[in-house]
Design a protein around this ligand. Structure first.
Ligand code: SAH
Ligand code: SF4
Length: 356
């Protein structure tokens, strides 16, 4: 793709940035408000749609700028309606985002990526096997939601930072994107969830924002030995310290946290681990979300065999029953989009394989 034309993309900029942009063109500030409203309230994809701007201004903007920063390189639609987008970034790198619809709810959730690849390297996660490429900018994060809205023609009502990457290793841009999603896109903080593998400085930094954003901790094992094996960052941020930072998060934001727990047969789904989990979270205000393992493969290995096994429904239910003894609400996550590899942990940019 030719990147030499370099038109300025306006979607994913906040009102201040848009005001600076129009001022640099010698236009009055209220033009920024109009453009802001066309982009975020009306999902405009082209300047030609912005009918309250004079025709010559629309043409000038079309020459100088573009609406979307991201290009949709591929879109897959699952049998259950889940849509998986492969977006090309301005430097040619790719990320994936997912739009999930749940039959029992009218709301739509967008699952956003925060980095290209991920450095944490959890042993069951496809993104981990990509390695870390780079952080996304807040504009690249916000334009994922806007590109989804423009393409689908639907309004997103919930945001989860559960796509590719570790959001709390890109904390400043993620916080900036959250602020913009609240102020510009118009989605309330209570409808936003940040999921982390347990980066304590990032949790503390996010807590300082005092926003009622839900924090989800990807715990996956209650004991240090197992957690160190599947989530390597445990060596840096031990479980005990993590629990303390979750309690602080709760105190500062007033929000209950979510504990995410991947069920890997024979590795994390043993009954004694369910008991240990119940014990560990007893005095924490939290919900527990069990995620049955979604098949992933190691791209470096040719056999294509899944890395782990998903436990039987019976084992899943047993684990749930024991974990519920903690008195917490325990749910088994409804899987979405498995037929198009759009479920948790399956985002690996397959379309791009073989490209540099
Ligand atoms: N990096 C962040 C957010 C992205 S991953 C984090 O780790 O929390 C979103 C969720 O999907 C995490 O809970 C992650 O552990 C989970 N996940 C990763 N691989 C998975 C797999 N193969 N099956 C099920 N869940 C998986
Ligand atoms: Fe990174 Fe999250 Fe995947 Fe772990 S589960 S490798 S932290 S994206």
């Amino acid at each position: 793709m030719d990147h030499s034309t370099e038109k300025r993309a306006l979607s994913g900029l906040d009102l201040n940035e848009l005001t600076e942009y129009v001022k640099a063109l010698g236009l009055p500030a209220f033009r920024a408000k109009q453009i802001h409203s066309w982009i975020y309230s009306k999902n405009a994809a082209e300047f030609s749609e912005m009918t309250n701007l004079a025709a010559d201004l629309r043409e000038r903007l079309t020459r100088d700028a573009k609406v979307s920063l991201l290009t949709t390189a591929n879109l897959q639609v699952s049998r259950d309606g889940t849509r998986k987008y492969l977006f090309e970034l301005p430097d040619g790198k790719m990320v994936e985002s997912v739009l999930m619809a749940f039959q029992d709810r009218a709301s739509l959730s967008a699952c956003l990526s925060s980095q290209v690849g991920c450095a944490v390297g959890c042993t069951f996660c496809a993104t981990g096997y990509l390695g870390f490429k780079r952080n996304l900018t807040s504009q690249e994060i916000v334009d994922q939601v806007m590109s989804i809205q423009r393409e689908s023609g639907k309004r997103v009502s919930n945001i989860v930072y559960m796509g590719q990457g570790e959001p709390l290793l890109n904390t400043e841009e993620v916080i900036k994107s959250i602020r913009m999603i609240i102020d510009s896109v118009g989605i309330g903080a209570r409808h936003i969830t940040v999921s982390t593998s347990g980066i304590i400085p990032g949790i503390e930094r996010l807590a300082k924002e005092k926003l009622p954003v839900t924090l989800a901790l990807s715990l996956h094992a209650p004991d240090t030995e197992t957690r160190e094996a599947v989530v390597p960052i445990t060596k840096q941020y031990p479980i005990k310290d993590l629990m303390k930072s979750l309690r602080q998060y709760r105190e500062l934001t007033g929000r209950r946290v979510t504990i995410e727990y991947v069920l890997l047969e024979g590795v994390t789904d043993n009954e004694y681990q369910a008991e240990h989990l119940a014990e560990l979270v007893r005095d924490l205000h939290c919900n527990i979300n069990l995620i049955p393992y979604n098949p992933t493969t190691d791209p470096g290995k040719p056999d294509g065999e899944p890395l782990y096994r998903r436990p039987s429904i019976k084992r899943q239910e047993k684990f749930k029953q024991i974990a519920s003894l903690s008195g917490k609400t325990v749910t088994l996550r409804l899987e979405r989009g498995t037929d198009i590899d759009a479920a948790c942990g399956q985002l690996h940019n397959a379309y791009q394989r073989g490209r540099s």
